[in-house]
Write a protein that binds this ligand. Structure first.
Ligand SMILES: Nc1ncnc2c1ncn2[C@@H]1O[C@H](COP(=O)(O)OP(=O)(O)OP(=O)(O)OP(=O)(O)OC[C@H]2O[C@@H](n3cnc4c(N)ncnc43)[C@H](O)[C@@H]2O)[C@@H](O)[C@H]1O
Length: 271
């Protein structure tokens, strides 16, 4: 039995199928963890959602910012953007069932001293706190007022988590840490402007994984394609899994037991 962690699919269905074949993935014996952003930008968002859902309990995933973008577009009054590739999901007769499934996914998965989130966690958050914060957001997503929550979700403030934050401000801040974080300052304040490589760090900010932690937790994340799967000068045990498939890079799986990485090349044009 093997556990494979796969980076951002972003609708790259052909590459997903090819990677599972290369791994000889067997849902009866193996487990699949997905770091989120199953959909958008690539051509096969609907097929990716269907494929992951069809794997049943063999696949576990966390929500990414583009998964939230889909939920907000479908159920929170949001608008699609010019380059979004989500129309096939919004038009399919399976739409409500697929969205219900997506909306019920967590933002953090923790097992065997390993924590998976889409973008990362703040260095001050213990694993049990991250799981509890994920459960807070999940409770809002599963509540009767989920539509109202999705309507108010998007925004960049508050950009610094404090435990006394309440209501939708607290939830927005938690979602932004879990799904959008890249650079933070020494006080844990998030920057939302810089999206490229480490050279794009704003003054006084550093990648979240360059701050030390008090524990020896292993962190798994995707989201940051410009890292090309690397975490230079990391102060923690961490694996970056987004190798930019949708940007013409590759789709990568990490075998959690052996530490071995397997990649398949992208079918998308290089950006
Ligand atoms: N609470 C909330 N508030 C607001 N919005 C919310 C939200 N929750 C969810 N959202 C959603 O999140 C979006 C904003 O998220 P952001 O995280 O701010 O930005 P993004 O550009 O959408 O990031 P993406 O996830 O695509 O990252 P990637 O590294 O692939 O790509 C980033 C860049 O990297 C570049 N890149 C890729 N590969 C590279 C490489 N090898 N080298 C250099 N650059 C590379 C690409 O060109 C690209 O420009 C909003 O549009 C909204 O829909």
């Amino acid at each position: 039995m093997s556990t494979y962690v796969i980076g951002d699919l972003h609708g790259c269905h052909a590459e997903f199928v090819s990677l599972l074949e290369q791994l000889s993935f067997n849902p009866a014996n193996d487990a699949l963890w997905l770091v989120g952003d199953l959909v958008n930008r690539g051509p096969g968002s609907l097929a990716c959602l269907q494929e992951v859902q069809a794997l049943g309990s063999a696949a576990r995933c966390v929500l990414g910012n583009h998964d939230f973008h889909l939920l907000v577009a479908a159920r929170g009054g949001g608008r699609l953007k010019k380059n979004d590739t989500l129309s096939d999901i919004l038009a399919t007769p399976q739409r409500e069932q697929l969205l219900d499934w997506l909306q019920s996914q967590p933002l953090a998965i923790y097992e065997n001293n390993t924590l998976m989130t889409h973008a990362g966690v703040l260095p001050t958050w213990r694993a049990d706190q991250a799981v509890s914060f994920s459960q807070e957001v999940q409770a809002a997503l599963l509540s009767e007022r989920a539509g109202e929550f999705l309507t108010q979700l998007f925004g960049n403030q508050p950009d610094q988590f404090r435990d006394d934050l309440e209501g939708v401000d607290r939830l927005r801040c938690l979602v932004n840490v879990f799904t959008r974080m890249r650079f933070i300052d020494a006080n844990g304040r998030l920057d939302f402007a810089a999206k490229e490589g480490l050279e794009s760090a704003p003054e006084g900010f550093a990648p979240w994984f360059q701050y030390p932690r008090a524990d020896a937790l292993q962190l798994l994340f995707g989201h940051w394609a410009a890292l090309e799967g690397c975490t230079p000068n990391a102060k923690i045990k961490v694996e970056a899994l987004d190798t930019g498939c949708v940007w013409g890079g590759s789709l990568t799986a990490l075998n959690l037991e052996s530490g071995e990485r397997t990649s398949v090349p992208s079918c998308q044009p290089r950006h």
